[in-house]
Ligand binder design. Sequence first.
Ligand code: SAH
Length: 457
Amino acid sequence: MEKNTKVQVTIEDMTEQGEGIGKVDGYTLFIKDTVIGDRVEAKVIKVKKNYGYARLTAILEESPDRVTPLCPVAGPCGGCQLQAMNYESQLLFKQRKVKNHLERLGGLRNISVEPVLGMEYPWEYRNKSQFPVGMNKEGKIVSGFYAGRTHSIIETEHCLLGSPVNEQILALVKSHMAGFHIAPYDEISGKGLVRHVLIRMGKKTGQIMVCIVINGKKLPQAPLLVKALCEVEGMTSISVNINTERSNVILGKELINLYGPGYIVDQIGDISYQISPLSFYQVNPEQTEKLYGTALEFAGLTGQETVWDLYCGIGTISLFLAKKAKKVYGVEIIPAAIENARANARLNGIDNTEFFVGKAEEVLPDYYRRVQQETGEKLYADVIVVDPPRKGCDETLLATMIQMQPSRIVYVSCNSATLARDLRILCDEGYEVKRVQPVDMFPMGVHVETVVLLSHK
Ligand code: SAH
């Protein structure tokens, strides 16, 4: 294959990033802005030994799965990779992706992956948005999203996945900035103050949190902005986050509370959760309920069980399970999240949970060793739930889980590739995959969440 060659190709699959994959005489090409089933013409722009990249020049025949994206900036914005595909096909794509990973990367055979649990209305589902703030060429303050894989801001106040109220909040922040000549942060020079606006909303309670991320110690005329924001219905918590680092990380460590209790409350099922600006909280609450419901079902609790919930965040899954278990232990690396977890247990009158701050791969093995030294017995659990970040579970943790031999392991995963790797390890050591249930937490995006039930043979 040579650069600048024009090719005609049918798109057969899609990458993690949502690029279409087509083959020309066995040579793989990645082509953006295409959909599985499209017949396209493309120009090769980059050639590697076994694969290359091509730019779409014309769609010769549209895929039956193709739809016109509802969002005018769906193409340039990095957020929605699958908007040009109808929702049914998105779900089938995700089911196939999980199955492929489990088979190819996990070497698991004859696994049935259940149909993905999707949304009835797959829009406006996000309870959290983080808008970068910048300046356009005309010197106007703008906010929006980063264009795919870059840091240039695509101006969009109205994101179809977020809450409609975001627009109103962003307008107030920008008008405050313009009124008091507060400059947006400029990544290249490292100068300017306002970096991001983080907005979170409790979808069940209607409570809203706004956190302004700044490159400095103080937001000028903050009380006036607070006053303006408090006019927005549901405004509950306003804060400033200090981030003076020259990095891509959005939030810094220090928070200054400007208004309210420092958190908002939301509900999933019949459990209430306090959420602070720094804690992790699932972004799609409607689907989270399905996700946790699946985890609960897979855990098979009767009220007698001892459960460990590793990577527990603010204790969301722990509390969901606690009502049906004898005792739930949660482990999480972020201290503030554990503070939330403990407060959430109290808030819900749940007294059979215990939370530990630390790395799961240190806390559990240490605890295991201590129990063994002190009692000569193995640390006992009926069920272990893990919900790790994208990189999956640490091997040390998996080794301890295997030593503990719980009858069931419920693995909640946001990355089916690392899930497959970890399942391989567990299946080599006496576990068997019983159920695989993907849940669509991110309609229009490529990611898929999966809950797996493993049982000890
Ligand atoms: N179960 C929770 C959180 C899942 S996200 C929920 O559904 O809301 C993964 C969590 O793992 C995050 O809260 C992150 O802070 C935490 N984490 C990341 N690395 C960790 C580690 N090594 N040990 C423990 N927790 C970790």
